[in-house]
Write a protein that binds this ligand. Structure first.
Ligand code: SF4
Ligand code: SF4
Length: 388
């Protein structure tokens, strides 16, 4: 089973409670990025293009656990950067597990084999290993030979030691439905708990801008993949809702739910979502209350035009599953529809143009860091003069 029963029950109860309380916007998965530094430099990555002063920043254990308490989401995903580079990652994970929240530690697995001793197997902890395809495809996606082999070895070692492991796959343009289907077969045989799959988001700072999928291509590709699964009668284990997979195959006209996966990183709480850094606020409450949510999403904002990423649309699919549980059950039992007309596409005619704010945020952050350093130096100078 891709998601353990205890997680399904706890998360289901949390969502039902939010609906009963009439909460229109609530978090489902906290995206906690304790650092941006990584030991790879994937061409499709939009997270590591920062100056060293920012790449060297870390959220402390306290800051991470405060974010977990502040946001109250039942699931915490720890992406990055590469979280295993963080020297206190074991304490961060331990603190979240102690709060009985479900942690997905996202890793490229280069350090996983060496660091397994830092962690204890638990139903609350899943290693979510980044694999973008079979050997050739993955090594090309991460721009380094040998990474696939190391990651697979680490996955097997983690499974042998009783850890829960998931694979996390981003799909880019140029990959065929056969490639994806073969990779899903491989992941099933590897014995991982589940597969998380999503089309890549066209990060404006990713070095490779050529290989991101449009929404139309995404839908056609996923229909082809699911059709292949049906023809061969294989059941791939996904750690995602059936309705999200149905959306990927073009059967649902969903709008994104960016507050469903709020992001806390070294800049603060990121507006509006994990994929887009358009502003930062110091508290989760401010994020929820001060973000102009209506200005984002496909049809509203140019940068959202092609987005079908799970962090924006899985919460929509989960809400839909609760609201229309019979329909969702039908999709789960029958499988995703791969023939017939697709749901209407959202019109882009009224979307507002993109604003390019990245350099402004980086400069502001560097100015503040510089000012703090200068104050600290001045204070230590005063202390020294007192001592003298
Ligand atoms: S492993 Fe992940 S964080 Fe690191 S460069 Fe690749 S995509 Fe970015
Ligand atoms: S569509 Fe939604 S999830 Fe995607 S980038 Fe825009 S706000 Fe974020």
């Amino acid at each position: 089973m891709a998601v353990p029963l205890i997680q399904q029950v706890r998360v289901g109860a949390y969502i039902v409670k939010q609906h009963v309380l009439g909460n229109k916007r609530y978090p489902l998965v906290l995206m906690l990025e304790p650092l941006f530094r990584c030991n790879l430099a994937c061409p499709g990555c939009g997270k590591i293009d920062y100056p060293d002063a920012i790449l060297n920043r870390r959220l402390s254990v306290r800051e991470c656990l405060d974010a977990v308490d502040e946001c109250e989401a039942p699931i915490v995903s720890i992406p990055g950067g590469e979280p295993l580079i963080h020297k206190e990652i074991d304490q961060i994970v331990e603190g979240i597990v102690a709060r009985k929240k479900f942690v997905y530690l996202c890793t490229n697995a280069l350090l996983l084999g060496k660091k397994l001793d830092l962690f204890k197997p638990s139903q609350y902890l899943t290693f979510s290993v980044h694999l973008d395809g079979l050997e050739e495809e993955h090594d090309r996606a991460v721009n380094q030979k040998g990474v696939f082999e190391k990651a697979v070895k680490a996955i097997k070692a983690a499974r042998d030691r009783g850890f829960r492991v998931n694979v996390n796959t981003t799909v880019f343009d140029g990959v065929t439905a056969d490639d994806i289907a073969s990779f899903f077969d491989f992941a099933n045989d590897l014995g991982v708990e589940g597969i998380t799959v999503s089309p890549g988001y066209a990060y404006e700072r990713a070095p490779d801008q050529e290989h991101f999928l449009s929404r139309q291509k995404t839908k056609t590709l996923f229909r082809d993949v699911f059709r292949k699964g049906r023809e061969r009668d294989v059941k791939w284990r996904f750690s995602q809702s059936s309705m999200f997979l149905d959306f990927l195959a073009g059967n649902q006209e969903y709008h994104c739910t960016p507050w469903g996966n709020p992001t806390r990183n070294v800049f603060g709480w990121q507006k509006p979502c994990y994929l887009l850094g358009e502003g930062y606020v110091p508290t989760f409450k401010q994020l929820m209350e001060e973000t102009a949510w209506d200005q984002y999403g496909t049809g509203n904002y140019e940068k959202c035009a092609n987005c079908m990423v799970h962090c924006g649309y899985e919460p929509t699919a989960v809400n839909d599953t609760i609201r229309h549980s019979l329909r969702a059950l039908g999709v789960a039992l029958r499988g995703v529809r791969t023939e017939g007309p697709m749901a209407p596409e959202i019109s882009l005619e009224e979307q507002r143009p993109a604003e390019y704010v990245f350099s402004r945020h980086v400069e502001k952050f560097l100015d503040e860091a510089h000012a703090t350093e200068s104050e600290a130096e001045a204070a230590s100078g005063t202390d020294r003069s007192h001592a003298a």
